[in-house]
Write a protein that binds this ligand. Structure first.
Ligand code: ATP
Ligand code: MG
Length: 635
């Protein structure tokens, strides 16, 4: 019996039970049957959760790019591996076959070696969403260099701190990048960032925008001539299962970014397995994940997961609003996309626009649609289901984190019945538990608690680069012996999980624990509301009270604000209960968001508390200007 693909609900439960009773056999079999190894393992897993010490496939030898590329060449050499959809639709898409991908990665790997990059060296990749980004990532993995992709929307100071934290030897960037009708001077940002980065010896520059840039003598080189001179053949480095594959800094919603370190074999096995099941991937599907490769979602589900399965994956350079609000849907129509994976923030921003944008395209190629990054509110879920999935595509609401490496809790489409706003059930191999304040495991259903994972899983991060103590402290100390996710969840009457947000976002009002996500959900259902964020602030009588920051849809702009405030509170009262009524409502034109599109609630919390003294690290904010506006209009 193969465990690689779950076919129905009965099989899901069977696989799940097996994965809990005999995790070694379960993962061992998946690893053995679906990948190529230079050498097998002595032990499937070795761990000490208390010390945050975990090893999978102990002493096995492997190279992940052999699994992503080489092994497909015989059967799928001419198959498209990557469809590159440029920012400007008139530029035309590019199809890169597996054969071509091999050549490109081999050449790039040879260039890196010639430039002195060795196994274990860190390489910072700061590139827009162009094929060179995928090639650079894979070339690092090919030669055993540790890639650290930094989203090419980060400022110079954010880049500096990420480069210095892991002492990168090389930076791969481009002259510039296109995003909507803007062009961004990436090389200029790198030049500024590198003024304070003593470890960087070389910079390779891809040509994307044909702009003139400064090239620093002895440090900077154009990439293309080096690639042209390289041979399209490369012997992959033999990697230990636990050799580092990459460092990725978390998106920074809650504080100083952490450089999560992921290793090779476990990450490979679980991203491939989860991709196959959660997207119901079949041979001729075209898969599109709209995340940036600079986030974990892009690492695992634009690159590694799809390529490990020999899939066709779309790399999209642009933004959902350019040239117009129909862009996502036009791309799905054009490339006959089968699986579409995006974030609630994108769904909400497009749902705000006229439905004509989505309704005019043929989306009949879609089979599964997915969501990740935040709890998806009920209204957005239904809009996604009705207008994009046309009520025939299961929505996979996938819960996971940079730290977990791959999807942990999610419906398996056509297997697990979906339920709006619920991530539903854990994947086989994943053992979630809910914990109470006394650190006891909460048994049974219809309960809420702090979400922990009580057994290691292959793709979990192994450490925070250079700071194992912080890793232990952050994730393994609150609930000894368990991995603490930082998120709260509820388990419903059938055992489905709903992520209620970060535990820090739970507000205790008059002794009642209120998760902010369900309240936001209710508020967002009001026809005039586009988006909202709720935080707590100290209150003399209630202990804490709720403060709402609300963005109105255009239709709400001209309405009487006092009336609207009353209506919103009546709505909350009838949907959640009078206890959840907001003490203060401030209408805002935007919310502070990270570059990955998440609301930075700690800033809102400070504003609500009236503490404007120190907003902490705001280098990952997309729209820092909004902070002043909100602050100045505080109620
Ligand atoms: P940082 O850890 O630096 O504060 P971050 O937590 O935003 O940043 P990520 O690893 O990108 O960084 O995000 C993981 C978090 O996103 C989860 O812990 C959870 O709070 C939220 N999340 C992701 N997917 C879902 C989902 N499907 N439903 C609800 N929440 C989700
Ligand atoms: Mg996090």
């Amino acid at each position: 019996m193969s465990y690689y693909k779950i076919k129905n609900l009965e099989e899901y439960f069977k696989h799940y039970k097996k994965s809990i009773r005999e995790p070694r056999k379960f993962w061992g079999k998946i690893a053995e049957e679906n990948f190529i190894w230079y050498q097998g393992w002595d032990k499937v897993v070795d761990f000490n959760m208390g010390e945050a010490d975990v090893k999978w496939f102990v002493n096995a030898k492997v190279n992940i790019t052999k699994n992503c590329i080489d092994r497909h060449l015989a059967k799928r050499g001419d198959k498209t591996a990557i469809i590159f959809e440029p920012n400007n639709p008139n530029e035309g898409a590019l199809h890169i076959s597996y054969n071509e991908l091999y050549d490109r990665v081999a050449k790039m790997a040879n260039v890196l070696r010639e430039q002195g990059v060795k196994k274990g060296d860190r390489v910072c990749i700061y590139l827009p969403m162009i094929p060179e980004l995928a090639v650079a990532v894979l070339a690092c993995a090919r030669i055993g260099a540790i890639h650290s992709v930094v989203f090419a929307g980060f400022s110079a100071s954010a880049v500096t701190s990420r480069i210095n934290d892991c002492e990168c030897k090389m930076v791969i960037t481009s002259d510039g990048g296109f995003r909507g009708n803007k062009s961004i001077d990436l090389k200029g940002i790198i030049d500024e960032a590198l003024e304070k980065c003593p470890s960087v010896e070389k910079v390779l520059v891809a040509n994307r925008t044909n702009t003139t840039v400064n090239m620093k003598e002895g440090r900077d080189q154009w990439l293309q001539p080096l690639l042209d001179a390289a041979i399209p053949n490369n012997v992959a480095e033999i990697m230990d299962a636990e050799d580092p594959l990459f460092i990725l800094y978390t998106s920074g919603s809650t504080g100083k970014p952490k450089g999560m370190l992921h290793t090779t074999a476990g990450y490979m096995v679980q991203t491939a397995y989860s991709f196959r099941n959660i997207f119901n991937y079949e041979e001729n599907d075209v898969f599109w994940c709209t995340a940036d490769i600079g986030w974990i979602t892009g690492h695992s589900y634009i690159l590694y997961g799809p390529l490990l399965n020999g899939a066709t994956t779309v790399i999209f350079e642009g933004v959902p609003s350019y040239p117009d609000f129909g862009r996502f849907w036009e791309v799905i129509d054009k490339h006959k996309v089968s699986q579409f994976y995006t974030a609630p923030t994108a769904i909400r921003s497009l749902a705000k626009e006229s439905d004509e944008w989505v309704d005019k395209y043929d989306l009949s190629s879609l089979k599964v649609i997915g969501s990740v990054g935040e709890p998806i509110n009920e209204e957005a879920w239904h809009w996604y289901n009705d207008h994009v999935g046309k009520k025939k595509c299961p929505i996979v609401d996938t819960w996971w984190q940079t730290e977990t490496g791959s999807i942990m809790i999610s419906p398996v489409p056509f297997v697990t019945p979906t339920k709006p706003t619920y991530a539903t059930l854990p994947l086989p191999g994943i053992q979630p538990v809910l914990m109470d304040e006394k650190r006891n495991e909460i048994e049974g259903n219809q309960v809420v608690g702090s979400l922990c994972i009580k057994f290691p899983w292959p793709s979990m991060a192994r450490t925070i680069w250079g700071d194992h103590e912080r890793y232990k402290e952050t994730y393994f100390s609150a609930f000894p012996g368990k991995y603490f996710t930082g998120d709260g969840a509820l388990r419903d009457e059938v055992g489905y999980y709903r992520i209620t947000g970060r535990v820090d976002d739970v507000v205790i009002v008059s002794g009642h624990n209120l998760g902010t996500a369900p309240i936001e959900d209710a508020i967002n259902e009001h026809p005039a509301v586009a988006e909202s964020a709720i935080v707590g602030f100290p209150h003399d009588i209630k202990g804490n009270a709720l403060y709402g920051f609300i963005i109105l849809k255009e239709t709400g702009e001209y309405r009487d604000r006092d009336n609207l405030t009353r209506e919103i509170n009546e709505h909350v009262s009838s949907h959640i209960g009078p206890i959840a009524k907001l003490d203060k409502i401030q209408f805002v034109s935007g919310l502070p968001k990270t570059r990955s599109g998440k609301i930075m609630r700690r800033i809102l919390r400070k504003i609500a508390e009236g503490d404007f003294s120190n907003f902490g690290d705001t280098s990952t904010l997309l729209n820092p200007e909004i902070v002043d506006e909100i602050k100045d209009n505080k109620i």
